[in-house]
Design a protein. Sequence first.
Lengths: 495, 490
Amino acid sequence: MTVIIISLLVVPLTGALLVFSFSESRKEFFRSIGLIFSLITFTQCAYLLFSDYARTNFVILSEYNWIQSYGLEISLGISGMSILLLLLTSLLVLVSLLSIGKNHAESKGFVGSILCLHFAINGVFISGDLISLFIFFEALLIPMYFLMGIWGGENRRYATIKFILYTVFGSVFIFIGTVYTSVISYGFNGSLAVDFDTLSNLALTSSQSKTLFLLFTFGFLIKVPIFPLHTWLPDAHVEAPTAGSILLAGVLLKVGAYGILRVSIPFFTEGFLTYKNFVAVLSVIGIIYGAIVAIAQIDIKKLIAYSSVSHMGYVMLGISAGEYLSIEGAIIQMINHGITAGALFMLVGFLYERRHTRNISSFGGIKSTMPRYAAIFLFTSFASIGLPGLNGFVGEFMILMGSFSSYKILTSIAAFGVVLAAIYMLWAYQRIFTGPINNEKNKDLKDLDTRETLSIVPLILLMLFIGIYPSYIEGFVVQEAGSISETIDLFKGLK
Amino acid sequence: MNNISEILGINFVVIGPTLVLLFTTIVLLFCTITISTPVYIKKLITFLGIIATLFSIFLKFGLFARDGITSYFSEKILLDEFSLVGNVLIGLVLFLTFNSFWKTSEEIDSKTTEALILILMSASGFLLMVDAENFIMLFIGLEIGSISLYALAGLNRGDQLSNEASLKYFLLGSLASCILIYGIALLYVSLSISGVYETSIAISFIGPENVPLTSFIGLIMIIVGLLFKVAAAPFQAWAPDVYQGSPTGYVGYMASVAKVASFIVLARLSAVSLRFILEKFNLFFGTVIILSVLLGALFATNQNDIKRLMAYSGVIQSGFILSGISSGVLGISASIFYLITYIIQLIGVFTVFSIISGQLSSNFEISNLSGLGKENKFLTLTFSTFMLGIAGLPLTSGFVSKFILITNLWSYEKYLIVIVLMLSTVAGFYFYLKPIWVAAIEKSDNSVEKIKISISDKFLLGFMATLTIYFGLLPDTLVNITQWMIENYL
């Protein structure tokens, strides 16, 4: 099992090095190499899905001495939630590599950066201690910086530096939190070890727990992003290339929520109980605010970006409610949003490659020229809105059900987000696809070709599968959501 | 005979590196004055001199292993962990910068030998400085080292900026030396001591609470003199102009060697001399650290000249390194780790600059880097590694050094300093990523043309970039070395 865990890091990195070692002129190879290596990772994750670890809490499987005199170790491990997110990551990398146009697929820098990003994201989800979590969390920035900087849109300089500075600002708090935790750990164990096993045995005082919760959660919430700290997201999405957007919305936003579920709540539960109402209010504001702003957007990508703010608000509401059902719903919503938002960004990318604009008003009536595309877009929109029978419904329903007992008014307000989602998605669909074709350029648009269809179909199937048979995916997170909510209940009882 | 030399502590192995460098300069001088020697012979002599220096440093380890911490030459010269690490670092700086300073010296046709002699003499001075037990010895070493550096800054006489740099460096540096020697005098007047160990013995004898104010002022003046050399704010005014004006090929050497020597001496002062009264300097050190970090970050954000940017970044890094040194013995080990990783990145960055802009250039705008990545992949890659390392991104040594340092500071409960340092790190990402953006990402019409890099340059740059990544992934060895260094002082 250790071999597979390590190869989750080694394989994408090897792929990246292989791509970089080719000369720039061997254009036809880059995409295939990327596909092969992400397929290997995908297979490994699928294997993990059927292993014993797929339905457990976090298990540390391998440890390495990093700085011996400080007692620091790098620990790697997995859990049910990690495996689901790893699977999502490798699937999204796979389909985004398949979906990208020629100009990106034939650049070795682009494919290499995607694989480096894959490496770093995998690292986040398998790290079993705070140090390696932080290292991979920050290492994400390097490939994202180059992806957005080199292949981004017009205003990429501003967007990239904003993205980097926001994230780094957040990670400074995580960094200080890590340092604080390791100093506390030194007092107990005589070493600075901060792996998750050690952390769960630390007896923190109430004020320590509160401070640490604030430090970690603030850093992770920027990444989620939560309402007042979300402004980097629309800019980053609009300027990032399609594959970057897919991974940004699909996986990078989940890193924040994952961090909160993995670190902030289980280890600093007392702090969580103190501040959870605050987080819940912010996330409900995010749900409604994101949805309202999304209605007013004229750029499709910006619209989906704001819808992400709204959808991630649900995740945060579910997490902050702290009930068993709501946490389970939040994890499932993370997966679902990864699939739908990834699919939507991919679809927008297809349209952008054809017309080089994302302005809603420059389209209209293209259902007649691109029927297959229109059908897939509508399907994905329904999934994103949360139509029963599709995946979006499952997570949102569980979150709203679970959090109603804790936050009656907030949950009622949050439920309106679903209505607003219908407004912005369907109205956008109406403006883009229906009606007469007014713009000459739209008359000879080509429908999706085989490659493009092939890259979107897995996501569509997943949307349907999770929508119809949600208990399959639920089975992987039952244990973990249960133990998180048990910890919370335990501390509630102590209070 | 043997007895007398033992009593006086005469031991030529201890000052071996200094002697070897002196001997090399004499040979070089002899070659230039008497017979017309071809350039490559001079290069060979210099290189062999540096190798011999490294070897004689190696010999000192044997002496240390046999005798432990010992004073020589009537308690003028000290052999301890600090001097050994300082020696090794100065040797390393000489070795890593050899290529750039050789090429620069070669370009100044008529003054090749002068330039080489200045460099080797300054190295010998700084070696003496890190070995010094007596403060007067320290002053002599510092002066030998600095005066050579003043001349080195102004060696490109046709360039106005170079002249300006030299004069500024000289005037402000002499002021710093005045302050230092005045501090030594005050200390001698108040406690009649002038040595590193004497100070701590005297303080423990009269008790930390009875230390007279005069000796406090004296100690602060000594520290201020050293802080001038490392360009910590508010004593940083000379750094940007000197970095900008000096021939680019020399800046890497000048910046790193002075920093190494001064920080090693500061570390020894903190571990030995100020041992019992370190808390009383908290306010002073805290002010210097916070000022350095904030002023450095503030000024670095809007620099167009990248050498000036590196100077202000140096001010920030000085604040970082000082924060560990001023907080206690464990902090010193973190600081030395930081220092080692930082000088490797610093030398790397300036090697890249001197390859791109030519050895003798003074001004080097950020826009001169534009489109570097198009034709010069290797330079861009190494340059980005060094810059990300200085910024402190994970997977590079910069992150590990920051992590160790901040952990130590946190356990010393210096929360305010930690917060200020971390804020400057965030600001740092803004201005360290800017040159990378210009070099690697931005498309430009007049991009840098393909530059031929010599094999030795390639080797050195690759070596430094590998070290930056290596210490980021597996820092254990280097941490152990820095722990060994302070283990006797715990």
